[in-house]
Every structure is written in C-alpha cells, then in structure tokens.
Design a protein around this ligand. Structure first.
Ligand SMILES: NC(=O)c1ccc[n+]([C@@H]2O[C@H](COP(=O)([O-])OP(=O)(O)OC[C@H]3O[C@@H](n4cnc5c(N)ncnc54)[C@H](OP(=O)(O)O)[C@@H]3O)[C@@H](O)[C@H]2O)c1
Length: 505
C-alpha cells in the first residue's frame, strides 16, 4: 500500500485489513490486525510520510511491520547509510526488519520520485548495490535484506556474487499472476516470495479490478460466503404457518443444483398446523410440494392445539378451536412416517405432562420436542423428562426472539450474559447459543443478516466455563412465548395459560 499523504484514509485501513484477512489463517490474522492497529495507534505510519513514499507489505506483518522504501541509485555503503539514517530518523526506529532493493534499476541521485524521466537512468551495478545492502546488514541497520521485482534470471545473477543471499523477493502475485516459475526458483534458493498487489491493485492508476471481478474468484467467494448453506448451516426449520416453505424449497433446490450441498447433507424440519390435524398426510404432501422435496427429515405437531379446517392462519379467532384428539393426530403423523414422507416425527410446545400422555399410546415415540429455550427459560424439568424418554429437545427462540412482536431483548441485554460475553471476547448471542448447545440441544436461531449468521455460527467455537453456567443458572426465569393467543374462555380447550402448559410456566 503506497502512503503519500499524511492521514491514512479509513477505506485504506479497511482494505488493508481485508487484504490481511485474505492472506492469513485465522490465528495469524489476529496477530496481524493487532500489529497493524498498534502501529496505526502509535502513529508511526499515519503522521510520518517521507519523500520516497512508504510501502507497507501485507505478507511480512506477522511479528513486526516491515517497511520497504524507494531506493534508487545508492551504490556505496556511506550513501546507503546516509539514506538509512534519515529513514531511521523518520521512522523513529533503530532498524527495519527487512530492507529491499525496490527495483533492479539504478537512477541518477536526484531522481528521487516515483516515475523517473527518460534521462534519469544509469547502468545498474547490482554487485555494488548489493555490497551496500550487505553493509546495512553488517551495521545492524536492518535484520534482513532482499529484493523486489526481480525475475528468476536476476535472482540467479545476484546469487552468483552475493555473500548474503536475498531473504525475500517481493513481487506482484495474485490469482491472475501466479509466478509459478519464480516461486520455484525462489523456493530452491530458500528465498521467501512476498506477494504485493494480491488483489491486482484495484484503485491504483496502474491497477486493475480484473482479479476481484473475475467470475471464477467471485464464484469461489460466493461459495464460501453468501448463503446460509454456504456458511455451513445445515438444519432448516420451517412450518406451513410461517409461509417460508416455498422460499426455503427454492433456495435449497438451487444450492443442491449448484453442488453446494447434497439433499442428504441438510436437515429440514416442517410442522403440522392446527387446522390440519384431521389429515397430516395431505398437509405434509402439500408441504413437500412447496419444498420441492420428496421427504422432510422431521415433521412436528406445531402445537397441542386443533383448529377448524379453514383456520389456516397464525392467530386463531376465538371460535376456531376444536377438541384435540392427540391419539388421532399422532396416528396421522405415524402414517406420514410409514409412507416415507418424513424421516422422523415429533412435537413442539409440548409440556412434560403432554409428552407423557403421548407416550402412553404412541407406536412411534416422538423423536423431538421443539420448545422455547434460552438462558432465561432453561426448561430443566422438561429436559429431564425428555432425556429419560430419549426425546431430543430443540431450542427455539434461543435468543429470546428479540426481533419478534412478542419477543424480548432481555436475554441478549442481560448484564450477566453481557459480562460473560465480554470475558470471552464473544457476543451475548454467542453466549446464549452456546449455553443451549452445551445442554445438548439443537438451537434454532433466526437471522436475516449475514454478519449475524456468521456470528451465530461461530458460537460453536466458544467455551463456557463452570462459573458461566453457575451465573446463567441464577438468571430469573421468564417465558417469553406464552401462547396467550391459544387461550380463551369459549372454544379453546385451554382456559388459562397454566392449563396450556400444564402448570409448567
Ligand atoms: N415451534 C415453534 O412454535 C416456534 C416458535 C418460535 C420460533 N420457532 C423457530 O425458531 C426460530 C428462531 O426463533 P425466533 O426468531 O423467535 O428467535 P431468535 O432466533 O431467538 O431471535 C431472532 C431475532 O434475533 C435477531 N438476531 C439473530 N442473531 C442475532 C445476533 N447475533 N445478535 C443480535 N440479534 C440477533 C434477529 O434479527 P436479524 O434478523 O436482524 O439478525 C431476529 O430478529 C424461528 O425462525 C422458527 O423457525 C419455532
């Protein structure tokens, strides 16, 4: 990155970090970013422009920022030393980690500008220049010496007389200028190749957007970045009543078609709405049509609530309820399984008592109970009952559903959750999700935001310690999705909230 002005513009900083993140693995990225931040903060770069311009190399930033300067025409050690003194003064440093011959080009001494004029060139005496470079090393002004923009031939020539071989050759290198031959020659001679313009230098007058706009590069980026499936999400939770089955179906069909995932790699859950309890098979067949699939992996009874056949909307009216015949509904679910329309069947929003009731007659016990579960609604009792009966508990609204009309930010804004997040350098959402995962539950988190999708995925990497769990255990319990819309004094079988949840609220 060329620095000519006094301030480092934000977009350059950003680009800088972006480049680093493309070039380093995760661990070294952190170190690099830390280093860059430190250097920027110390204002070594920001307020220290100099006549040659400053290049910050991306690749050599792991332990120390290394600087690379315009160096032209200085053939003797005293001249280089003089140059170095002024550089060192400007940098307020005693040494640089790496000093490079910028180009295999010698210019007249006054030609100290980026684009030489025609009459500025003199014959390069590489041997003399290199002797000056080795003198810098001897004097401790730099820790290593190298070259930049050297071809394989020039490298070979230099090696013929160098007492100290170059440690580095810094050259243009990116997916459209891969330097295969040069890298081979350098590798044979233990010379590290440092890649400049790794993005093809877009934004520079001489640069190009060809690399970052290359369809191949873009499609690879897309593959690793863009959709939930591409980010690694494999469990997709939908339901007739969400109206999301068709959208999920077409997204997954496309992902499968593009080879991003195979059908057998994803786990699709959908749910039977109350108005379909009379015929789960037809309901699931309609669901499969929308999903463009032959089967779902899991089909759940959405609520222990039966509605009239036309009540196919999220919030039933008072007169829409009919008496639930759970045995009949469950036998329809088992039929779905027999017919191969789903791979497993389960329930959702079932209390321990309703689970026990279902187990009394079920030929196939439910595989899953999907319920509200987060650090403020821990479901201790229900999880115990389910564990005894080998029923997996899947946690919905694992963040407390902050964006929903009925939801709350209480979980992610809880001071306890926030302080645990701070302690682990994580986010409150990651703490809440990891808590659910640590209880052996699957967590069904929703986000329309790619950054948050990534953030949520990274909760797998977080480790909560015993003290965190003790603190979370002390949080006040608060059921956020209470289900008031399923309770009324007329047609609903549930006259009170306590009745709906069998006093487990
Ligand atoms: N079986 C059932 O009866 C039932 C009931 C409710 C939900 N569910 C299932 O559970 C899923 C999730 O439940 P939910 O949406 O109620 O609750 P949730 O996942 O706890 O919360 C979702 C909300 O949190 C926000 N969010 C996501 N990641 C975040 C982060 N890292 N930091 C801050 N905010 C974040 C989202 O906003 P952005 O989109 O802006 O990121 C969204 O508004 C649903 O999609 C559904 O599949 C099932």
């Amino acid at each position: 990155m060329h620095r000519k002005s006094a301030a480092l513009p934000n977009n350059h900083t950003h680009l800088f970090f972006l480049c680093c993140s493309l070039l380093f693995n995760e661990a070294s990225q952190e170190i690099v970013q830390e280093q860059i931040t430190r250097v920027l903060l110390e204002r070594l770069i920001v307020n220290k422009p100099h006549p040659w311009g400053l290049l910050i190399t991306f690749i050599e930033l792991i332990k120390n920022p290394r600087y690379n300067f315009w160096k032209r025409g200085f053939t003797s050690a005293p001249e280089i030393e003089k140059l170095f003194e002024s550089v060192a003064r400007k940098l307020e440093m005693e040494y640089v980690d790496m000093y490079l011959v910028h180009w295999p080009v010698k210019l007249k001494e006054w030609a100290s500008y980026a684009v030489p004029n025609e009459q500025d060139f003199v014959q390069l005496d590489l041997e003399a220049t290199w002797a000056g470079m080795e003198k810098c090393l001897d004097m401790g002004l730099c820790r290593a010496i190298g070259v930049s923009n050297f071809s394989s031939n020039k490298i070979q020539r230099l090696l013929d007389f160098a007492s100290v071989p170059p440690a580095v050759n810094q050259v243009e290198m990116h997916p459209m200028w891969r330097q295969d031959k040069l890298r081979e020659v350098c590798a044979e001679n233990k010379i590290h190749v440092s890649a400049y313009s790794p993005l093809g230098g877009p934004g520079n007058s001489w640069g190009s957007t060809a690399v970052i706009e290359s369809p191949v590069i873009q499609s690879i980026a897309l593959k690793h970045n863009a959709t939930p499936a591409q980010m690694g999400y494999r469990h997709f939770d939908t339901a007739k009543i969400y109206g999301s089955e068709a959208a999920l179906g077409s997204a997954l069909t496309e992902a499968i078609h593009d080879g991003i995932v195979k059908r057998e790699d994803v786990f699709v859950t959908s749910k039977l709405w109350g108005s379909d309890h009379h015929d789960p098979v037809s309901a699931l067949q309609q669901t499969l049509k929308k999903l463009e699939m032959e089967y779902v992996d899991m089909y759940l009874v959405h609520w222990p609530v039966k509605l009239k056949e036309w009540a196919s909307y999220a919030v039933p009216n008072e007169q829409d309820f009919v008496q639930l015949d759970l045995q009949a509904t469950w036998s329809g679910m088992e039929k779905c399984l027999d017919m191969g329309l789903c791979r497993a069947i389960g329930v959702s929003n079932f209390s321990s008592k309703k689970i026990q009731r279902l187990l009394d007659f079920a030929s196939v016990p439910p595989a899953v109970n999907q319920v509200e579960m987060h650090p403020m609604w821990k479901q201790d009792k229900l999880r115990e009952v389910c564990a005894e009966n080998k029923i997996h508990v899947s946690a919905y609204s694992p963040l407390g559903g902050p964006g929903n009309s009925w939801g709350s930010t209480a979980v992610i804004e809880s001071p306890v959750i926030q302080s645990i997040a701070l302690k682990h350098n994580a986010t409150p959402a990651q703490v809440a999700l990891k808590w659910g995962l640590s209880k052996g539950s699957s967590v069904i988190v929703k986000s329309f935001n790619q950054e948050r999708m990534r953030e949520n995925m990274a909760s797998f990497n977080l480790k909560l310690d015993d003290e965190d769990v003790i603190q979370i255990d002390k949080l006040k319990e608060w059921k956020i999705m209470r289900g008031d819309f399923l309770v009324n004094q007329t047609t609903s079988p549930y006259k009170t909230i306590q009745h709906l949840w069998d006093d487990e609220i």
